[in-house]
Every structure is written in structure tokens, then in C-alpha cells.
Ligand binder design. Structure first.
Ligand SMILES: *Cc1c(COP(=O)(O)O)cnc(C)c1O
Length: 220
């Protein structure tokens, strides 16, 4: 049994157990495989196990991998890294989801650059729940105005909220989950990584973004 296969099994055992212990239906939590710094061979191996959604943090690296994997037609690419304004065109063209939108200017540019031939870009608003610790993400108090401003943008479909809490600050998951309940049209909570996915599932996560627990450590 390959190490990747063992990690895949162990990870799904964790996810399935957390899902059932939370009283949530099987399949309500989806796995985003975070493949930054991982090889396209590893992505292919996961594809063979059934994984279709992959998350990348860097535009150049992602575009290179997408080209190498162009024969896999049903891959779904998620951008999860900080977004520079000069990268919005490439991101709007080459991704299906963006989890890391944290200001209106970026949302507006992604909407403008989204090609008409593609469905609206699926996005999450990244929230900096532990204000003082991490740098990316909008402030909690700015979320209502941003949701109102981003909702009508034609090239985007705002799906929900995303957070990367500081290690151990799993309280952030409950805060994000409660906040999202203000908008019944939102259905997505992108939260939980290798170390804290159980807590995220209990609080309603719908996308777990998992790197090292799946691929092993990043060789970079
Ligand atoms: C790298 C990364 C992850 C995955 O983290 P692991 O601890 O390796 O599971 C998840 N989300 C974001 C935004 C990341 O940059």
C-alpha cells in the first residue's frame, strides 16, 4: 500500500468520524487537496483515488501544473493564496473557485476578468478572525458591507466565508459559522486544515483544505 494511499485512508477515517460524531450527513464535508509545492505525479495519484478538487497558493506554479495536467478534464482548481491585483486576470481565467477574496477591489477585478464563456467564479470571503495574529483576510466588522457589495457582481457567485485561524484558535470556527448564518443564501464554510479539521467539521465546515495530512510534508 503506498504512503499516499495510507494517508488518504487515514484522512477520510478522521473526516468520516468527525462528520458522524457531529450528526452531519455523510458527504456534507468536502475535501480540497492543497497541492502547493507538490508534484503533478502526486496530484495524478490522488486523482486516481477519486480526488478532483485541488487548491493552489501561487499563480505561476498553478498554471504550470494545470498545463501538465491538461489531459485530466474534470479537475476543479481552487485558488487559496493571497491575491495581488496584477494576478486577478489569470486567476479569473484559470480557476473555478477562489477562497481568499478579502477586499472589494479584488472581487471587482475578478468579476470583470471572468470570461463570459465560463460559469461565475465561485468565491469565499476570507475573514481575519484573529485580527492581531494573521495578516490576510478582511476584518470581522467589515464582512456585512463586503457581502452586500460583492453579491451583485455578475462574474462571481459569493458562496461563503473562509478563515485560517492561528494554531489552536479553533474558537474562530464557531465565530465564522455563526456569522455566516446572517445570510441564508451562503452555503459554504472553508475552514479546517490538517491539524484542526475535527473542530472545523463540528462547527459546520463544508470545505476542508488539507495539505500535509494528505501529501506528507512539503519539500520546499
Ligand atoms: C497550505 C495551506 C493549507 C493546508 O495546510 P496543511 O496544514 O498542510 O493541511 C490550507 N489552507 C491554506 C490557505 C494554505 O495556504
Amino acid at each position: 500500500m503506498s504512503e499516499l494511499y495510507q494517508r488518504w485512508n487515514t484522512l477520510w477515517t478522521r473526516i468520516d468520524r468527525a462528520t458522524s460524531e457531529s450528526g452531519r450527513p455523510k458527504g456534507s464535508v468536502r475535501l480540497l487537496a492543497v497541492s502547493k509545492f507538490q508534484s503533478t505525479d502526486s496530484i495524478r495519484a490522488l486523482y486516481d483515488l477519486g480526488q478532483r478538487d485541488f487548491g493552489e497558493n501561487y499563480v505561476q506554479e498553478a498554471l504550470r501544473k494545470q498545463a501538465e495536467l491538461a489531459d485530466l478534464k474534470d479537475l476543479c482548481w481552487h485558488f487559496i493564496g493571497p491575491i495581488q491585483r496584477n494576478k486577478t486576470s489569470a486567476i479569473a481565467t484559470h480557476f473555478d473557485w477562489v477562497h481568499s477574496v478579502d477586499r472589494f477591489l479584488i472581487a471587482e477585478r475578478l468579476s470583470t476578468h471572468r470570461p463570459d464563456t465560463l460559469p461565475p467564479l465561485q468565491i469565499c470571503l476570507q475573514v481575519n478572525v484573529d485580527d492581531e495574529i494573521s495578516k490576510s483576510g478582511c476584518k470581522l466588522e467589515d464582512v456585512p458591507d463586503l457581502v452586500t457589495a460583492i453579491m451583485p457582481l455578475p462574474g462571481l457567485e459569493l458562496r461563503g466565508l473562509m478563515a485560517i485561524p492561528a494554531p489552536g484558535h479553533t474558537r474562530a470556527f464557531a465565530i465564522l459559522s455563526r456569522l455566516m448564518q446572517s445570510w441564508p443564501q451562503l452555503d459554504t464554510l472553508s475552514m479546517g486544515m490538517s491539524a484542526d479539521l475535527e473542530e472545523a467539521v463540528i462547527q459546520g465546515s463544508t470545505w476542508l483544505r488539507v495539505g500535509t495530512a494528505l501529501f506528507g510534508s512539503r519539500t520546499h
